[in-house]
Every structure is written in C-alpha cells, then in structure tokens.
Design a protein around this ligand. Structure first.
Ligand code: ADP
Ligand code: ZN
Length: 223
C-alpha cells in the first residue's frame, strides 16, 4: 500500500508511521519503508553532506526546503527496490507542486498514492506538544516536558543519550512551522479529498487511540 501521512507538525506522524510499519507487516505481511523527508534532511545535516549544508539554516528557521531539491530527493528514494510495492511517506508532499510531481512518479509502474491519512490536530494542541518536545540526540526517542518526561532530567531512558530541544522546536520556529503548514501544506487536504483518497484521523487522543483510528481508517481490524 502506498500511503501519505499528512498533518501539522506535532500531530505525531513520525511515531504513528513507525507503528504503522509494524501493523502493515502483521496484517498484510508486507514491509513498508517509512520515508520521512525531515529525517533524511536531519541525517544529511548530522553527516555534514552537501545536502545537509544546503538545508541546515532552512530547517532551523522552520521554513520549507525548496520544491526541486525535495522532489529530486524523493524521486530517487522511491526508485529504490524496497519502495516498489508500498511505503509510508511522512512529510512529503508538503506543497501542491510536490503533490503534482509525486503524481507523475510511477514506482513499480503503479499509482504512487493509494490513500492519504490526514492526521488532524488543533493549533493549540500543536503549540503545546511541540513547545514541550525533547529529543534524544543518540537514538531519536521523543520525550515531552509535561506528558512524557525522561526519568532523569536531560538523559534518555533508553540509551543514556543527551535529551535536547530541536532548534526547530524553539518557540519562533514552532510558530513559523505552523504558519507554513496552514499556508502551504493544508491545501493538500482539499487536493486529495477532491480525488476521493483522503481519510481524516483525529490526532488529538493518546497515541494508542490514534493507532486504533488509523487501523479502522484502513480497514485493518485484526492487526
Ligand atoms: P515536523 O516535525 O514539522 O513534521 P519534519 O521532521 O517532517 O517536521 O520536517 C522538518 C523540516 O524539514 C521542515 O520544517 C522543513 O524545513 C523540512 N522538510 C521536510 N519535509 C519537507 C518537504 N516535503 N518540503 C520542504 N521541506 C521539508
Ligand atoms: Zn536515546
């Protein structure tokens, strides 16, 4: 299945995508790579590659990387063998031109999008979640200063790594990401709804409940 996860920053798309990979494996017996453009950009930055150097300031500010760079990156990723039968796209497309470019890709010679899940979350909840988010520098686990604190302050429960605030989770950047989302990405909701392939999923409840809603949206009741 070829899935797009749409939704504002803070909707939990990354966490949900990891869960969805397990669920799809159990219920369909298929491996779906989780393709996150944000994660690809962050690892390029960590590696200091040419792509990383080009996009670092853009990510820190909360703006979008230009469409052409992003489209080229995803086109190459989708051409890899593991993406032939299905994938979860998390963070792409984020603009109408990106959606139009994606529609022209034909991984495995089939339609590049089967279904779009729109993880819906209010602006108030976005600001509350992202303002409190902390991330492990080593293993990437997410914490929250109120809802999900590490046992020892600043130290990851899972690997002992340093827990820090992503530059783009600082207040000005969070506000900017939300504005960018409403202006540039939210129009994709109508774009895909008009094509009859969009399903809304309420991202407000705790993650286990959202996982159940996701399964129901795809008719995966047994998993
Ligand atoms: P979020 O937590 O806001 O959902 P991501 O981890 O998906 O963030 O992305 C982080 C940043 O990477 C974005 O703020 C943006 O700068 C850049 N980025 C990710 N995906 C795209 C995309 N499809 N187009 C342009 N920029 C992107
Ligand atoms: Zn860790």
């Amino acid at each position: 299945m070829k899935l797009i996860f749409l939704g504002p920053p803070g909707a939990g798309k990354g966490t949900l995508a990891s869960r969805a990979v397990e669920i799809l494996k159990l219920s369909l017996g298929e491996e779906h790579p989780h393709i996150s453009t944000g994660a690809i950009f962050r690892s390029a930055i960590a590696a200091g590659s040419p792509l990383g150097l080009k996009v670092k300031a853009i990510l820190d500010s909360g703006k979008l990387v230009d469409d052409q760079t992003t489209i080229d990156l995803v086109r190459e990723r989708l051409a890899q063998a593991d993406a032939r039968t299905g994938y979860i796209l998390d963070g792409f497309p984020r603009t109408i031109p990106q959606a139009e470019a994606l529609a022209g890709f034909s991984p495995g010679l089939t339609s590049p999008v089967d279904r779009v899940l729109n993880f819906d979350l209010s602006d108030t909840a976005v600001l509350e979640r992202l303002g409190g988010r902390r991330v492990c520098r080593t293993c990437g686990h997410n914490f929250h200063v109120v809802f999900d604190k590490p046992k020892a302050e600043g130290i990851c429960d899972h690997c002992g790594g340093e827990v820090y605030t992503r530059d783009d989770d600082k207040p000005e950047a969070v506000q900017r990401r939300l504005e960018v989302y409403r202006a540039q990405t939210a129009p994709l909701i109508d774009y895909y709804r008009a094509r009859g392939i969009l399903t809304d999923v309420d991202a407000g409840p705790p993650v286990e409940q959202v996982v159940e809603n996701f399964k129901r949206a795809l008719g995966l009741r047994g998993a």
